[in-house]
Structure formats: C-alpha cells, structure tokens
Design a protein. Structure first.
Length: 402
C-alpha cells in the first residue's frame, strides 16, 4: 500500500432533491466513475446516482477483478489501454487504497490456430500501445512454475501471449473510491432507490420515476449493468443486447506464489490469486440468456476440470464460495456508449463480462460527453449507431477470458 492512501472511507449520504442537472441510474463502477469525473474534470456536481440496492451490489462487486488491454481491434486496445493507465494512477488521484497490483497475464495456446491468433494479437497490441509479447512454453513456465506444460496430457501448451501490464484491483474498493470522490464534491448517491420508469415530455426524457415520486433531470444516463433492457424499454429503445449469467468461485487460501494471471484461449477459463491467497477462478458466461443469479454445480464441475489440467495444485484446494452476476452482452461483444436516439437519455452498456477494467475510461469518457455534448474520439467507435451503419466492433475473441 502506498503511504499516501487512506484505508477508511467517508461516504456522505444526502436526502434526494426533486431535480438535478444529471441523474445516473445505477451505482456500479460505471455510474459512480461518471459522476466522479463529471465533478472532478468538469465541475458538474448537481448530479444524483440512483442505486436500486447498495453501491457495488451489481457486477462491479462480483467480478474477478482482471484489468487488461490485450484486445483484438485497434479501437478497443486504445480504449482499454487508456483505462489500464488510469487505474495505475487511481490510488494517487483518489487517495483510496484499491489494492492495485500489476501481475501480467499469460494467454495460453494449445493449437497452431490459437498460436497464430496470439501472434497477431501481439503485433496489433504493440502497434496500438499495449505491451504483449509471445513467450515459449519454457518462458511461460518460468513466469508461472506451477503450470503443467502437458496440460494434464490432454492440452499441451504450445506457447502463450504475455500481456505485461495486466493487473488486478479490489473491486468494491474501486466502487467506494469513486463514490467517495464524487460525494466529497457534492454528488448525491441515493441507495435503495430503484428507478421504475422514465419521465417524458414529448420525445424527450426529462427525469426518472421512483417509489418516492419523480426526479427531474437535464440528462439521464443508464449505467445499470445487466438491466439495460428494462430501462431502455421505458423509452421504447431497442438495444442489440442479450443478458447472460456469469459465474465465478474462490478456493481457500494458498501460500502466495501464483505470479501472473493465467488464462486459456481455448478452454475459456482463468485463474488469479487474491491478496488473501485465495484462487479466483472463472470461465465463459452461461450460454442460455437469463436473469437468473443461481449458481450451478455444472459450472463448478466443468471449470474445475479445465483449470486443474493447467494448474494441478488446484486439485488439493477447497472451494469456498461461488456466485453469479448478470451481464448485458452486445451483439458484437463491444460496449455501447453514448446517445440512444432519444433526447435526454444516454447509455453506457454492453459491458458484458469484461467491463470492470473499463470503469475509469468509461466513466471519464461518458462524463466528457455529458459535460461538453461532444463525443470524445476514444468513445466514438462505440456508439449505438454503429449497428445501423454496419460498423460493428466485432471482438468476441478478446472477451472469453474476461
Ligand atoms: C462473475 C463475474 C466476473 C467478471 N470478471 C471481470 C473481470 O475479471 N474483468 C472485467 O473487466 N470485468 C469482469 N466482469 C464484468 C464487470 O464486472 C462488469 O462489466 C462491470 O462491473 C459493469 O459495471 P456497471 O457499473 O456497468 O454495472 P454494475 O456494477 O452491475 O452496476 C449496475 C448497478 O445498477 C443498479 N440498477 C439496476 N437496475 C436499476 C434501476 N432500475 N434503478 C437503479 N439502479 C439499478 C444495480 O443494482 C447495480 O448496482 C465480471 C462480471 C462477473 C459477473
């Protein structure tokens, strides 16, 4: 921990007003970061963040905390690299300890096809500012001595891409850091305040409905994680989004020693070690779209089998806890940020299974759009209009391992 950061938080709660310049629906990382950057970068503090439950109760407090920028299209690499850079300085900027730790990330490949994909990724990443290099099996083993290079005799490792800047940070501390920073500057964060409808004046959205009555807003931003379809429906906006459950689990604590984050490009599973020593493990989202937050034994069974081929020591650990979040996944596996076609209503969505790493850049860019009315260049490729214009940002191959 840096000596300049605080471990205790000071969250200041307020009674709701009847009207704000900006109302943000959703007190997850994206909603709170947008409020924080509105206040700190643009001096806009007449802002309310309305959270149905408690802040960080959605995916921002349920994820596996991986921060990386090794995406497969230039627009995404630049966006996520910027986010990775903002994460590096977030403790210094906010004065909050988010337990940021740069670990590097190995993406293992078991076939020639996967090796080709990873070589191409390294070239494109380097060209766009994200450091990713190919490593041989022996080099991968030096970085992670626990790796079984034979993959349990079934999945031999042919090589890996090594994304050196990848990191982790404690997810709920990130949420609290942004909440505290925004609240200190006068932003109101209203917990247990679900938005139940949008107030409209003709074609324009002019506020939100809550159980305690309407709240007027100059601009409404939806930042609701796995619930955007409900909010968009209130304004008759149809989004190319499907909602899927995503599960993860942790084991009991193990001696510190798993250096890098280990991901597998073909088995679609990944492992990192938390500061407590627990192994934090996840895989692909459930294939069936659903709002269910039920965790399943089937997931545990298939995921544990895959990861223990790669890291056999995991077989000796116990599973402590398993949980699920619901993720809004866009048709091209890239985020959707910006205007909706309905005046007064903006969205930041489509963060699927990979949006924790994007919280700083997503918040910063959305704040700039709201404050200036102009779409910043980093955000421009991810507008909703790309689907109508046939400019999809297709990057499914970069999302499977978070
Ligand atoms: C198991 C799992 C592992 C993951 N691992 C990673 C990872 O390693 N790296 C990574 O980058 N990403 C990961 N993700 C994805 C990441 O967590 C999400 O993309 C990100 O947290 C989305 O943030 P958000 O602020 O948009 O949404 P959320 O954090 O879900 O916040 C949305 C908030 O909106 C609130 N809300 C919903 N409806 C309403 C309403 N009507 N009124 C008011 N409030 C409302 C919710 O209660 C919620 O608190 C993972 C996700 C899961 C589930």
């Amino acid at each position: 921990m840096n000596e300049f950061v605080e471990t205790l938080l000071e969250l200041q709660w307020h009674e709701p007003k009847r009207s704000y310049d900006v109302v943000i629906i959703g007190g997850g990382g994206h909603g709170l970061a947008t409020a924080y950057y509105l206040a700190t970068r643009h001096g806009i503090t007449d802002v309310a963040v309305l959270e149905a439950n408690y802040i960080g109760s959605g995916n921002s407090g349920r994820n596996t905390t991986i921060i990386r920028a090794n995406y497969g299209i230039p627009e995404a690499i630049r966006f996520y690299q910027h986010s990775l850079d903002l994460y590096r300085t977030l403790e210094a900027e906010t004065g909050c300890w988010i337990m940021h730790s740069t670990k590097g990330l190995l993406w293992l490949a078991h076939t020639e096809t996967a090796m080709r994909a990873e070589r191409a990724r390294c070239l494109l990443n380097s060209a766009c500012g994200a450091e990713t290099v190919m490593v041989t099996p022996e080099e991968a083993r030096r970085l992670c001595p626990q790796l079984d290079l034979s993959g349990g005799g079934r999945y031999p490792v042919l090589g890996a891409s090594h994304h050196t800047g990848a990191a982790t940070a404690r997810h709920d501390r990130v949420v609290w850091a942004y909440a505290q920073g925004a609240m200190r500057r006068g932003v109101h964060v209203l917990q247990h305040t679900p938005v139940t409808g949008l107030v409209r004046d003709g074609d324009r959205v002019t506020g939100v409905e809550t159980a305690n009555g309407p709240i007027a807003a100059g601009v409404v931003l939806s930042a609701v994680g796995g619930n955007v379809t409900t909010i968009a429906n209130y304004a008759d906006v149809r989004l190319p989004i499907r909602t899927h459950p995503l599960q993860a689990f942790v084991t009991n604590a193990y001696a510190q020693g798993l250096g890098p984050i280990i991901s597998d490009t073909e088995l679609f599973c990944y492992v990192s070690q938390t500061a407590r020593g627990q192994m934090l493990i996840g895989a692909e989202f459930d294939p069936q779209p659903s709002y269910s937050m039920q965790s399943s034994f089937g997931f545990l069974q298939s995921c544990t089998a895959k990861v223990s081929h790669l890291l056999p020591f995991l077989r000796d650990l116990r599973i402590l806890r398993q949980w699920t979040g619901i993720c809004d996944v866009s048709a091209d596996f890239s985020p959707i940020m910006g205007e909706t076609g309905v005046d007064g209503l903006l969205v930041t969505t489509g963060w699927g299974t990979w949006g924790f790493k994007a919280i700083p850049a997503g918040g910063e860019q959305m704040a700039e759009l709201i404050a200036t009315g102009r779409t910043p260049p980093l955000l421009a490729p991810f507008g909703l209009d790309r689907f109508a214009l046939d400019h999809a940002m297709a990057d499914q191959g970069s999302t499977g391992t978070r």
